[in-house]
Ligand binder design. Structure first.
Ligand code: BEZ
Length: 208
């Protein structure tokens, strides 16, 4: 199945190490950081799971629930999480989908056959409280993800929803944002009474 930004994230019911979840019910009114990884008891994945657990306060502050996935069993997840906690000095409390039959990995196109027929690549889906897919990223098995970037894109999406802005290259919280060309100057004057720098008529920068 091919998923796109703007699609409703497909629902599923599946076992995790914290019990069975119905994805849409579990996510409720939260955003979701849904991420797959190739396998339990592997080094890059261990650091990624540890980093996600370490950042639980940052995810909570943004109303984001992390949800991991690998094509391993609940029993393997439970044993591996002991290693993650010990080696990464953390306490992992978010659910990890046990997708032994590749059901959800296939539904979300996480199996890339040139990489592996049975292990998921490193996919990221950021899903909003309306269950819409807002961002997709895919990393190869050999490259661990950048969690500063994951938090940054969540901040950018949430700010763009709240303030009707777009964010420039390398934007970080506190930096200037862009007034989208779809907002004419007359409307922008109401939305952004602080004014803006007009670099070009289509490139207007403001502070929010
Ligand atoms: C890892 O997580 O370290 C890993 C998993 C599969 C392939 C390569 C690396």
């Amino acid at each position: 199945m091919s998923l796109h930004i703007g699609d409703t994230a497909p629902n599923f019911t599946i076992a995790t190490q914290l019990g069975e979840i119905d994805f849409h019910q579990w996510s409720g009114d939260s955003w979701v950081f849904f991420f797959s990884h190739p396998a339990d008891f592997t080094p890059v994945c261990t650091t990624e799971m540890g980093r996600t657990a370490q950042l639980s306060g940052e995810f909570d502050a943004r109303n984001v629930k992390p949800l991991g996935l690998s094509t391993d069993t609940v029993e393997e997840h439970l044993k591996w999480i002991e290693d993650v906690n010990e080696t990464q000095n953390t306490s992992l409390t978010f659910p990890i989908v046990a997708d032994k039959d590749l059901e959800i990995a296939r539904l979300y196109d996480m199996i890339h056959p040139d990489e592996s027929d049975t292990a998921a690549v490193r996919s990221v889906f950021i899903i909003d409280p309306d269950k819409k897919i807002r961002l997709m990223m895919t990393y190869p098995m050999s490259v661990g993800r950048n969690f500063t970037e994951i938090l940054r894109v969540i901040d950018a999406l949430q700010l763009s929803d709240a303030k009707r802005i777009a964010t420039p290259a390398d934007w970080a919280p506190g930096k200037k944002v862009i007034i989208p060309p779809s907002i004419p100057n007359a409307e922008a004057r109401d939305l952004f009474p602080q004014g803006w720098d007009e670099v070009r008529p289509y490139l207007r920068l403001t502070e929010v």
